[in-house]
Design a binder for this molecule. Sequence first.
Ligand code: GAP
Length: 447
Amino acid sequence: MNTNDNLMEKIVSLCKRRGFIFQSSEIYGGLSNTWDYGPFGVELKNNVKCAWWKANVYERDDILGMDAAILMHPKVWEASGHVDNFYDLKSDCKSCKKRFKVADLKDPKKCPECKGELTQGRPFNLMFKTHQGPVEDGAGLIYLRPETAQGMFVNFLNILDSKHPKLPFGLAQVGKAFRNEVTPGNFTFRTREFEQMEIEYFVKPQEADKKLEEWIESRFHWYLNLGIKKENLRKRPHAKDELAHYAKACTDIEYKFPFSAAGGSASGGGWSELEGIANRTDFDLREHAKFSGKDLQYFDDATKEKFYPYIIEPSGGVDRSVLAFLADAYYEEKVKEDIRVVLKLHKDLAPTKVAVLPLLKNRPEIVSLAKKISKDLKKYFITVYDDTAAIGKLYRRQDEVGTLYCVTVDVQSLEDKQVTVRNRDTMEQDRVVIDRLREYLSEKINS
Ligand code: GAP
């Protein structure tokens, strides 16, 4: 049974109960729409980022990693167009005072909640402003970056000069971005502080259309390969009037989130953007060349031509991916008279790979053997030891956080030097010789 009833509420509750995601500053009443990742959440999030980095940097020859600063020269945001164009139109209800993003409204004049009259849409720049240095005047004005992308464009020359890559090549970066969203919400789906995983892939202009299609396929399959169900993932090309100011074409990879469209995308149901793959043309390099006065063209050794490469940009959200992976992996299964909640996360994403559990915690020989096994396994897999409840409860606890294998040490283990290994998804159990345990788990987890 994979029930969708109140799935979002169930996920939010599981995340808090089990230490995945907490409300920020909760003891002070919470900072709305801001979230902290707890012990399991940080592991899941790191695993998502590692899987992305592995697929896009380590397993390819044409992508280089980067980590640019969040704070950048304010001219960057003039050149990028964010100072002039990064606006949402917001509208307020004259009766209930709620605020809406005009793009989300079916009727721009009527409040969708109380049917009151809405104010005229007013532009609202989404960039967070702050000040550098001790004096809070206009001269020290800087922005918290609203996308990681610009950190890669402004380093284009440094990369050419230090690594001498040939087209096509890309830069990859994972990092925080900030947007003063008008309507944040739906848990971690739309927040004001979030993390992005972005690739800027530089290509010859005449190859841009083909490369865009290749990246759409590559990114779509990344999600499927990590276990997202096919029926919950789709591609949605942007209409011309939806495109960002820098884009010639864009296709979103959408996930069928367990919430209604409001706060998601305009495309209906829970279908909402997980990642956008855009053709940014040569807009960014040309703009930065203009504003910085530097020559940001690429010199092609073979043809002796100089030109601005086009940029294909797959840009995904870490937090949205984590939410999609959690929603997709959530199952409730009937086991005898009980409901078992289990997170069937892909093995590469599961926060904990192995739990070692003693069957009887009042038998010191069993406890000490279990602790020894756990200590040995910790060198190879993320492993936890738990003896704080009866075995049934321990299994349920590990299922809820998606632990792949539970290793149980029982009385017989003391004699036959074997343990029981239980598979999270099938609940099938194997008896495994302790000396072969590492090899057995490695075959399953690292294959
Ligand atoms: N550099 C291009 C760019 O930033 P975007 O579509 O605005 O494009 C890319 O953002 C991805 O970043 C989105 O697909 C989404 O996963 C994530 N994202 C954007 N805004 C977000 C927000 N307010 N909260 C959480 N994730 C967000």
